[in-house]
Design a protein around this ligand. Structure first.
Ligand SMILES: NC(=O)c1ccc[n+]([C@@H]2O[C@H](COP(=O)([O-])OP(=O)(O)OC[C@H]3O[C@@H](n4cnc5c(N)ncnc54)[C@H](O)[C@@H]3O)[C@@H](O)[C@H]2O)c1
Length: 366
């Protein structure tokens, strides 16, 4: 198969769909890879590394789109890329179509066969191409929190770990899923006092088994949240109710009772946030202060570390991409139900039930 990869054109997006190591894997499996010149620069991969791995370099993105059977990207195509759609082209990328009617219609009109990373789902219900980004956001949340606790950013001016003879910081994590567990790991590693809250007792038991005496687990309810945030130096918001709206656990009335210069990192902001005082911010202007509490609410946190994010993402996407390339989309979907779940649009029809429901459109069988 002819595989293509172009530079992402979305604002502040530095990730890339293929690393040189991925190119090597596709070439070894007998495929041809066409890279737009400079596509990997934002993630620190040079054109020479791609050529050494066996890719052909192409001067402009449009030529790559025209040439290939499967386009591998990171973000959804933008409007200026829609005219490059064509019948039968396989598009393999994050799409998030439920929130984007215009793109959904463009993919259907262009008869593109679109495979969305976010809907690839394994038998155990895990979402293998989404979880690396949650792992990154979780780990980064503590790193960013530690930074904004510094005085010059409006923080309390404390070190998470303290030093012998000084208090350690109190870190409170609301939601102990993938983000929360990864935040916990870094906070424990940095030597902070960590309290983690979840509504799922089974999950709290797992966390307790994982971290033992290093953390305090608590069931999540209003009384416990209010009690622990009063003494918190850093609060991480990492709650998710799949398919539902994020509960606003972190109430505005708590803010005046908190320490001046405490930091709240609302990782769940991409689903509306779990703080009443949260609104989305960007990497260019990541924080704002309400009642003395520094709020960090960046919706695409992994964008801060594009090299790690690219490697983590492609570690997950390569396996399915290779199957599609080697078997063809139809056979790959037949052989691997996770890939079937990834297909959102096929031959001009919507074939993902959730996307169809979101737009009030019909969901067809493949
Ligand atoms: N901002 C970013 O860049 C970024 C990146 C990745 C993920 N996220 C977001 O982070 C959030 C968490 O993602 P995840 O992968 O960890 O999800 P997850 O499903 O693995 O974990 C969510 C956890 O929240 C718990 N929960 C539900 N209701 C709760 C409540 N009332 N109190 C306490 N806990 C509760 C669940 O039991 C679960 O353990 C999601 O909204 C996700 O979209 C944001």
């Amino acid at each position: 198969m002819k595989i293509g990869c172009v530079k992402e054109i979305k604002n502040n997006e530095y990730r890339v769909g293929l690393t040189p190591d991925n190119v090597r894997a596709y070439v070894a499996a007998g495929h041809h890879v066409y890279m737009e010149k400079g596509a990997g620069i934002g993630s620190g991969f040079t054109d020479n590394e791609y050529v050494d791995a066996g890719a052909s370099l192409i001067d402009n993105a449009a030529d790559v789109w025209h040439l290939v059977d499967m386009m591998i990207k990171v973000k959804e195509p933008l409007e200026e890329e829609y005219p490059l759609f064509r019948k039968g082209l396989i598009l393999y990328t994050y799409l998030h179509l439920a929130a984007d009617r215009q793109q959904t219609e463009a993919l259907l009109a262009g008869q593109v066969n679109a495979v969305a990373y976010e809907t690839i789902q394994e038998k155990d219900r895990s979402l293998p191409c989404l979880s690396p980004m949650s792992q990154i956001a979780g780990r980064l949340s503590i790193q960013e929190g530690a930074k904004y606790l510094e005085k010059k950013f409006g923080g309390e001016g404390i070190l998470l770990a303290g030093v012998p003879g000084t208090p350690k910081a109190n870190v409170v994590i609301l939601g102990g899923g993938t983000v929360g567990m990864n935040a916990c790991k870094i906070a424990v590693g940095m030597g902070a006092n960590v309290t983690i809250l979840d509504v799922n007792l089974k999950r709290l038991e797992e966390l307790d088994n994982m971290f033992g005496a290093h953390i305090q687990t608590l069931v999540s309810n209003d009384s416990n949240v209010e009690r622990v945030v009063k003494n918190a130096d850093l609060v991480i918001g990492s709650v998710l109710i799949p398919g539902g709206s994020t509960p606003k656990l972190f109430k505005r009335k708590y803010l005046p009772e908190m320490k001046d210069g405490a930091v709240f990192v609302d990782v769940a902001i991409d689903q509306g946030g779990c703080g009443e005082s949260s609104h989305t911010t960007t990497h260019d202007d990541p924080v704002y202060i309400v009642d003395g509490v520094v709020h960090y609410c960046v919706g695409n946190m992994p964008g801060a570390v594009p090299r790690t994010s690219t490697i983590a993402l492609t570690n997950a996407t390569l396996k399915y991409g290779l199957q599609i390339a080697s078997l063809g989309l139809e056979k790959a979907a037949e052989t691997n139900p996770a890939i079937r779940k990834g297909i959102n649009a096929y031959c001009g029809k919507l074939v993902n039930a959730n996307v169809a429901k979101a737009h009030g459109m019909a969901c067809e069988e493949i």
